[in-house]
Design a protein around this ligand. Structure first.
Ligand code: GUN
Length: 379
């Protein structure tokens, strides 16, 4: 009597034969389609980061520099981040609305890139505790809001060295935006740099009450040129001052970005801000979960500022002096604001042996000796 194998035994036998055959043939067959491969770990969603700009990205100056920094950091971090920006945002209520929208849209880090965005950011930061808020050139911080800025006065000092050497009238001109400590520091550093090579130098200032207003910037530059200034610097965002100097056959500098192409004859060098190093760090802080509140102030030493493209016609001694100061800043042996610092009313601001602290720099509300006029009341 032949015993009939039940169906399930037959199936098992077939499987054994099949397995044996496979083992003998030593051919690695692909896993049967029905066997699920171990699931690849899900790729984390990119970190959403947003930038708020006060000017247009095409300003060729301050906002353009921030946007270069954003792109640089995004390129380094690849698909780990997704960045966006909103440009031409006025300081004031509009800024709060824009920052709030960006937080609501799922951005986990928001950079507000102008001083006047500070109060708006403080308000929004309170309502979004899991979002990281970053304010450029500001001073207000909280658990989830921090500040960052380049030591721009260093590059203003470099421009001063070249300006002091190039002026024929011993009169420099400065187009100011708002009389806040950051801008006053730049006027003072420019003047101190110039006086380091030419003690007779004086600086005249015209304020425009705006960061970006090319017609007003042009008008201010013209007023300074009319009053005898023959080398200009600005703490405004456009190329207007440099272009006004070019038209008048005088000299000026690029500010925030490389502006050499806008005035081939007038351009004496560009004071540039390199925001990308900071943006990469800040984004990495969030990605690594190491983000902490605080204040970052980086300068030439950390690669966040530079003074570039001094033309060949600038005398070698001025270029050498710039290189010496750069080396001193790199080594940490040179200070822009060190005693004696005396203001233009004769008051001593840094006494023998004193060097400016960050607190001192953040409180500058005076013109150094050599700058003409009175500081207008603050912003
Ligand atoms: N342009 C627009 N906003 C700012 C700012 O906060 N600081 C400087 N230096 N320039 C600006």
């Amino acid at each position: 009597m032949t015993e009939r194998l039940p169906l399930k035994h037959l199936a098992l036998a077939a499987l054994v034969v099949a397995t044996g055959l496979t083992a003998c043939s030593k051919k690695a067959e692909p896993a049967p389609a029905t066997v699920a491969a171990p699931a690849a770990p899900a790729k984390p969603a990119p970190l959403k980061a947003a930038f708020v700009y006060v000017g247009p990205v095409g300003d060729a100056g301050y906002t353009y520099a921030h946007d270069l920094g954003r792109k640089e950091a995004a390129a380094k971090l690849g698909d780990k981040v997704e960045t966006t920006f909103v440009e031409k945002v006025a300081e004031g209520p509009d800024a709060e609305r824009v920052i709030r929208d960006l937080a609501t849209q799922g951005n986990k880090i928001i950079f507000a890139t102008s001083f006047g965005f500070g109060d708006s950011m403080v308000k929004v930061a309170k309502d979004f505790p899991d979002v990281h808020f970053e304010h450029a050139t500001g001073f207000k911080t909280s658990e989830n809001m921090r500040v960052y800025e380049p030591r721009i006065h260093e590059v203003a000092y470099f421009a001063g060295i070249v300006a002091g050497r190039m002026t024929k009238t011993n009169t420099l001109g400065f187009v100011g935006s708002f009389p806040i400590p950051e801008v006053l520091r730049n006027i003072d550093a420019f003047t101190l740099g110039a006086q380091s090579v030419n003690p007779k130098v004086k600086t005249r200032v015209v304020w425009v009450g705006s960061w970006f207003d090319p017609p007003k910037e042009t008008e201010a530059a013209q007023a300074l040129l009319n009053k005898g200034a023959d080398v200009l610097l600005q703490n405004t965002d456009s190329t207007a001052v440099l272009q006004a100097a070019e038209k008048a056959g005088k000299y000026a500098f690029g500010w925030d970005s490389d502006m050499s192409a806008f005035a081939p004859k007038a351009h004496l060098g560009s004071c540039v801000l390199l925001w990308g190093v900071y943006y990469e760090k800040a984004l990495n802080d969030v990605l690594d979960k190491t983000w902490k509140t605080g204040a970052t102030k980086w300068g030439y030493r950390e690669g966040m500022t530079d003074f570039i493209k001094i033309p060949d016609f600038v005398p070698a001694d001025a270029k050498k002096k710039v290189e010496e100061v750069k080396a001193g800043l790199k080594a940490g042996t040179f200070e822009i604001f060190k005693a004696p610092v005396v203001d233009n009313t004769g008051k001593v601001r840094l006494r023998k042996g004193e060097v400016a602290s960050d607190k001192w720099l953040g409180d500058v509300n005076f013109y150094v000796k050599g700058v003409e006029g009175k500081v207008p009341s603050g912003k």
